[in-house]
Every structure is written in structure tokens, then in C-alpha cells.
Design a protein around this ligand. Structure first.
Ligand SMILES: [Fe+2]
Ligand SMILES: [Fe+2]
Length: 476
């Protein structure tokens, strides 16, 4: 080692840490903040002055702990061993992070928006929750600039990176940031040119207007009251067959349709089933509740054009069945709500269509661009609209949460549930487990479960089986 090298004291530190198998961070701070550094650094930390910067080696601390040590001042941090194993590269990376955290107002805006959204989510006021808790136009823009986002991510801590990736489809952000470096100035030009603030303002105004226009919709358009009561029953596993049957029999139309389904060739019972109670005994509570709810939801969908009714009802039923299957495959306790949530997940689309508003293609899965398009027209997407209506119907909170987050599970309070619906939605549209189109958080959730039983053959086969089952219900 060269003793004239200004980094020499840091290199000695790194050598010690490497020999002991510990961790260490290199923190770069502009000289203007050296008083703060002197006050806050620990005795064990080594400091050198180089050009206009103070460079600190924090012995035994990771990136996040070092960040906490020098809170609220501009800095760049790189950690050994995860970011590199020599001082030069740690210093360069820390320097790059410092420049990005300092020079791009857009990066700060991005962070403010994410933090703002978190605050809003906690407040749970209706309007805020549905129009300010997401910004799909921004996420679509981010997804269309993977290299720039990679640069932004490199200036963030691992926890922050997880949060940003959760807003994007899986596979958008690569793992090799060095491939095509972008200067901070070029990055600023791209992101500042996008006009974050004006777009956000416009979105909020449009969103408020849309919700005002749709506020009275529940008078024109309600979930049949019978299904509300059925929905309450779903949560009580001990409900007796007699009680459940009595409730369903209150509604003669529902009763006759239910009996028609259970007597269809699909179930293939040798004997005619003549009463709801008999159906409950043979099929079980859960199956009968799900069937009843499906039939009730049909009443909501059936007023659309025949083509849209057919497409949306088949899709809703298929997602409900796939989510129920997937929920049990992933061994999560998502059972009680998952079918209903699958059935209602695109409620927002139904609401828009019902009011004669236009909505993107129904035949394929909505991607970030479709959602951004809906948002640019209405100020919110079908996900927020569905959740808004569900809340006005006083549906249980986990359902509202699932509707709101079905395209962005990273924002869900009930992650397992939202991720399951999101994945089921994709399988319903493509007949396969297409990870590339899925939200990053949903893919992490799936990988965390490590289910070999979800091979592409099994997914394709289950999709085909459940589609057959759904079409049986559909044609009655
Ligand atoms: Fe959707
Ligand atoms: Fe869908």
C-alpha cells in the first residue's frame, strides 16, 4: 500500500474489517458539514479529508446504520461487503450516491410522493385514500426509463430500493447499474422534463371530480342485499346448513339459479337436488356461499352490453376460482375473502362501463400503461374506483384494500391477499405464470413461497379446468 495515498488510513481499516469478517461503510460528506461529522462520528470511525469532502469509514456499521449516524445532511454511502471490497470502488459509489441525492430534484420529489402517500394511507380519509394513494402515470414513466431508474436506485438504501421496485413490474430494473452510466445532469433533464408537479395536480383535480360524479352511483347500482348477508356469513365457518339455506331461500331467483347450477352435468350428482339445504349438505357451506355470491354478482354485471357482460363475468369468475386455488396452494389463510375478492376485483371496470364511460381493453391484463391511461382520463383507475364503491357499500375493509391494491400489491395492507389476486388475474388472462408482467412485490411473494407445485404445466392445466367449470356456471 502506498502511504501517500490519501485513502491509506481507510484502507487499513478495511483490511482489519475484512480479516475479522465484519462490515464497514464509506460515507462521503461535503466539507461544509464537517462540524456535524465531528459531532456525530464515533471514536472508532476513521476520517480523512479529500478535495471538498470528508470521507468517513464507519467501523462495524452497515449502510442504513451509517445513514442514521449522519442523519439529515447530504451524504453518499457505500457498504463493505455488499457494495464492494476495495476503498476506491466504495468511495466512487458513495460519491455517485452523494451526487444523485444532491442534484436531482426529481429523486427528492419521488421520495416525497412515496412518503406523502404513506401519510395519506394512514389518514384513511375517503377522497385522499382513493385519489392520492397512487400515481400510475409516474410508475409507468419510471418503468419506461429502466436505466434512469437504476441510477436513482443506486443512490438509495436497500429498504428504499424495495419500496420503489414494488411500484414496478418485475424485471424492469436490471442488476447491472454500471452497464450504461448516465450523468446526473442527463438524469435530471429526463425526470424534470416529465413535469411531476403539474401532472400530480391535474390528477388530483380530475380524481376529485370523478368521485363527485360517481358519489350517488350506489342508488342506481347496488349489490343485492341478499349477497351482503351471504357475505357476512362467509366469515362464520360454523354457520349451520339450515340457517344458510334459509337465508338463500329468501331470494327465489337466487334459489332457482343455485339449484340449476348444482343439478347441472358439471357436478354430475346421480339424484336431483331439490332444496338449498340438500345442496349445502352435499357441496358444503363454502361452495354454496361462493356459488350464491357469484349468482348475485351477476345481477350487477348483467346490465352491461352482452359482449362486456360475457367477458367481464367470465373473467371475474375465473379470477375468483384461480385465486381460491392459488390461495390454498400458497398455504395462506386467505380463504374467507379470496373468492369474493376475485369476483369483485374489477368492480371499477363494471362501474365505469355502467355509466357509459370508456375503459381500456377487457380481453387482456391491464398493464401500467393502461392504468396510467385510465388515470389520465379520470384521475384514478378502475382499482381505486372499485374500492371507492366497495367502501360506499360498506363491504369489509379487507375487500376494499384488496380492490384498491390488486394491480399494486406492494401498497396492500393485506399483502398475501392482494398478491394472490394479482397473480390470479394474470393467469386468468394468459393461461400461464408470466412473471415478467407481474408486479415486483407479487413475484417476491411468490418466490418466497417456493412452490414447486406451481409448474407451468400445472398452472396451464388448472387454468383450463377452472375455465371449464366457470363456463358451466356462466351458461346457466
Ligand atoms: Fe384490474
Ligand atoms: Fe382483472
Amino acid at each position: 500500500m502506498d502511504k501517500r495515498n490519501p485513502f491509506y488510513p481507510l484502507e487499513i481499516e478495511l483490511k482489519k474489517v475484512a480479516a475479522l469478517g465484519g462490515k464497514m461503510s464509506v460515507v462521503v460528506v461535503p466539507q461544509d458539514y464537517k462540524d456535524h461529522v465531528v459531532r456525530n462520528k464515533r471514536e472508532t470511525d476513521t476520517t480523512v479529508y479529500y478535495r471538498d469532502f470528508v470521507i468517513i469509514a464507519t467501523f462495524g456499521l452497515g449502510v442504513e446504520e451509517s445513514d442514521a449516524l449522519f442523519l439529515s445532511i447530504p451524504k453518499g454511502i457505500a457498504g463493505f461487503p455488499q457494495d464492494g471490497d476495495d476503498i476506491q470502488s466504495l468511495y466512487l459509489l458513495a460519491m455517485q450516491r452523494l451526487r444523485f441525492s444532491d442534484s436531482s430534484p426529481w429523486v427528492q420529489l419521488l421520495w416525497e410522493s412515496i412518503k406523502e402517500v404513506k401519510k395519506i394511507e394512514k389518514q384513511r380519509t375517503p377522497v385522499n385514500r382513493f385519489i392520492s394513494s397512487s400515481f400510475y402515470q409516474l410508475y409507468a414513466f419510471m418503468a419506461s426509463h429502466p436505466e434512469e431508474i437504476q441510477m436513482v436506485l443506486s443512490s438509495m438504501t436497500p429498504a428504499e430500493q424495495v419500496e420503489v421496485k414494488g411500484l414496478l413490474p418485475h424485471g424492469i430494473v436490471g442488476t447491472n447499474p454500471e452497464e450504461k452510466p448516465i450523468s446526473p445532469q442527463a438524469l435530471s433533464r429526463v425526470v424534470d422534463g416529465w413535469g411531476y408537479q403539474e401532472k400530480m395536480q391535474e390528477k388530483l383535480e380530475k380524481g376529485k371530480n370523478t368521485l363527485r360524479r360517481f358519489r350517488t352511483i350506489e342508488h342506481l347500482f347496488t349489490l343485492p342485499s341478499i349477497s351482503r348477508q351471504v357475505l357476512d356469513l362467509v366469515r362464520d365457518p360454523l354457520i349451520s346448513a339450515v340457517k344458510l339455506a334459509a337465508l338463500i331461500e329468501h331470494d327465489p331467483v337466487l334459489t332457482s339459479r343455485l339449484l340449476k347450477v348444482v343439478n347441472s352435468a358439471f357436478y354430475g350428482f346421480p339424484r336431483q337436488i331439490n332444496s338449498v339445504e340438500h345442496a349445502v349438505v352435499i357441496l358444503g357451506n363454502e361452495e354454496v356461499v361462493n356459488l350464491s355470491f357469484s349468482i348475485a354478482v351477476y345481477d350487477v354485471i348483467k346490465n352491461l352490453s352482452p359482449k362486456n357482460t360475457q367477458v367481464l363475468w367470465e373473467h371475474s369468475l375465473l379470477v375468483a376460482h384461480l385465486a381460491q386455488w392459488l390461495g390454498s396452494e400458497l398455504e395462506r389463510d386467505t380463504k374467507d375473502m379470496i373468492y369474493t375478492l376475485g369476483l369483485l376485483h374489477d368492480l371499477g371496470k363494471i362501474v365505469f362501463l355502467q355509466r357509459g364511460e370508456k375503459i381500456g381493453a377487457l380481453e387482456r391484463a391491464s398493464d401500467l400503461n393502461d392504468l396510467a391511461e385510465e388515470e389520465s382520463i379520470y384521475g384514478l383507475t378502475h382499482a381505486e374506483m372499485g374500492a371507492f364503491i366497495a367502501e360506499r357499500w360498506n363491504l369489509p375493509e379487507p375487500l376494499v384494500d384488496g380492490l384498491l391494491a390488486h394491480h399494486l400489491p406492494s401498497k396492500a395492507t393485506h399483502l398475501a391477499q392482494a398478491a394472490t389476486i394479482h397473480i390470479a388475474d394474470m393467469i386468468a388472462h394468459t393461461g400461464s405464470m408470466n412473471l415478467e408482467g407481474l408486479n415486483h412485490t407479487a413475484v417476491c411473494y411468490l418466490k418466497g413461497r417456493k412452490k414447486n407445485s406451481l409448474s407451468s404445466e400445472i398452472v396451464a392445466q388448472t387454468h383450463a379446468d377452472l375455465l371449464g367449470r366457470v363456463r358451466n356456471i356462466l351458461h346457466l
